[in-house]
Design a protein around this ligand. Sequence first.
Ligand SMILES: [Zn+2]
Length: 71
Amino acid sequence: MTTPSNWCNTHRGPTDEVIPVAVIEANSGSGGTIWSCPDCVERFGIVPLGEQSPDHPASRIQYRDPPSKAG
Ligand SMILES: [Zn+2]
């Protein structure tokens, strides 16, 4: 049995704390929640599910700003 409760889907690694950032709708079987750790939420400017606008599809991760800065 595996649970996503300690897995960051953004950096694909284990984490102590997770934040739901998207939900995959299950039309034909497996769906689920996309999780991200607080570090990735900060680093990539991801908008947590609870803060996303109602117009934004929950199946897509929403970003606060385009990743235009480098370095
Ligand atoms: Zn992460």
